[in-house]
Design a protein around this ligand. Structure first.
Ligand code: ACO
Length: 321
């Protein structure tokens, strides 16, 4: 039995914001942002939502897989920026798509969210509970960013990507690992709603992303190669057996650090962060969709997907395309 990705899709907000545009908002420059992060521009919502972007990406993934919404059995949306606490984004996407036969719920593991949702769906399908799953990573990070904070506002973008996963006969997902370290949660955090009730006088509230960039950088460069080595060992592969490493698009220098630690050429690390920035849980599925549509994913190729982010959460997956 195997569980394979049979379709991909993505959706980005219309508005593109360049580094030069940001230099008109905060004291920064195209040179600083490119040099430290590799980011050149990003898409920012002027009305698109986590739900509308996820629905757009899911529709394209279904078209790509030549399936109908009614055939979907499990619908997961990975997001850390939902518009509403209730109902969950996945149920709203279900309604838009007309995926009336699906069970739908959200999953939040920040930038590792899409990967954890993929693993969750794999487990359901592998257990024989569902035959397929539509999985989206969707974020509108622009609403939780302090646009006066040059240390964070230059990093992020909005968007969504989706895949359709199905039980099949050809090899697909070969193995995965996932980890969490809640003791380091303070390095990247953002409050949701303020605690307000008649029984308290005052509560702390920090509704925008707060980040210790250096800690995040050090964590990613240390833990991601270890996690990739772990999943490769589990699947009996070496770093050289992998055709492409599709990593969370946080920062070019992080990806370069990971490639050095694995002793793998940068050619094997496709990137789109120069055009879209860091889209948290949407980063991996959007990149996967771009690669797929560009014809860069050929049948039988071995891919490693790896996501890492707030929580801290991190994981990696090996799959045969
Ligand atoms: N433009 C110009 N100067 C800036 C900017 C900016 N946008 N942001 C910060 N600076 C300044 C700082 O104020 C500081 O100035 P000072 O020396 O006068 O105090 C100087 O640049 C150096 O600041 P640092 O924060 O030390 O810069 P660093 O080299 O660490 O780069 C960065 C910051 C890019 C955030 C880096 O730490 C990083 O890439 N960290 C990883 C974080 C990340 O990718 N987070 C994404 C979310 S998490 C995830 O997706 C996994």
């Amino acid at each position: 039995m195997s569980v394979r990705i049979i379709g991909t899709g993505s959706a980005l907000p219309q508005k593109e914001v360049s580094n030069e545009d940001l230099a008109r908002l905060v004291e920064t420059s195209d040179e600083w942002i490119r040099e430290r992060t590799g980011i050149g521009s990003r898409h920012i919502s002027t009305g698109e939502t986590v739900v509308s972007l996820a629905a757009g990406a899911c529709k394209k993934a279904l078209e790509n897989a030549e399936k109908t919404a009614a055939q979907v059995e499990l619908l997961l949306v990975a997001t850390c920026t939902p518009e509403q606490g209730i109902p969950c984004a996945a149920c709203q996407v279900q309604s838009i798509l007309g995926a009336e036969n699906a069970v739908a719920f959200d999953l939040n593991a920040a930038c590792a969210g899409f990967l954890f949702a993929l693993h969750t769906a794999w487990a359901y399908i592998e257990a024989g509970i569902y035959q397929n799953a539509l999985i989206a990573g969707s974020e509108v990070l622009s609403k939780i960013i302090d646009w006066d904070d040059r240390g964070t506002c230059v990093l992020f973008g909005d968007g969504a990507g989706a895949v359709l996963l199905e039980r099949g006969t050809r090899p697909g997902i070969l193995g995965f690992v996932q980890h969490s370290d809640g003791t380091k949660g303070q390095v990247l955090q953002c409050d949701s709603r303020k605690l307000e009730n008649p029984y308290i006088s005052e509560s702390q509230y920090a509704p925008y992303v707060q980040m210790d960039g250096r800690e995040v950088f050090a964590f990613a460069v240390r833990q991601v190669p270890a996690c990739i080595a772990e999943v490769l060992e589990r699947t009996g592969l070496t770093p050289d057996d992998v055709d492409l490493y599709v990593l969370h698009q946080a920062n070019r220098r992080i990806i370069e650090g990971i490639s050095r630690r694995l002793s793998v050429d940068m050619q094997k690390f496709p990137m789109n962060l120069d055009r879209v920035g860091n889209m948290s849980s949407a980063a991996i599925p959007v990149l996967l969709d771009e690669l797929h549509r560009a014809g860069r994913l050929r049948e039988g190729m071995t891919l490693v997907l790896s996501g890492f982010g707030a929580g801290l959460t991190y994981g990696a997956c090996v799959l045969r395309w």
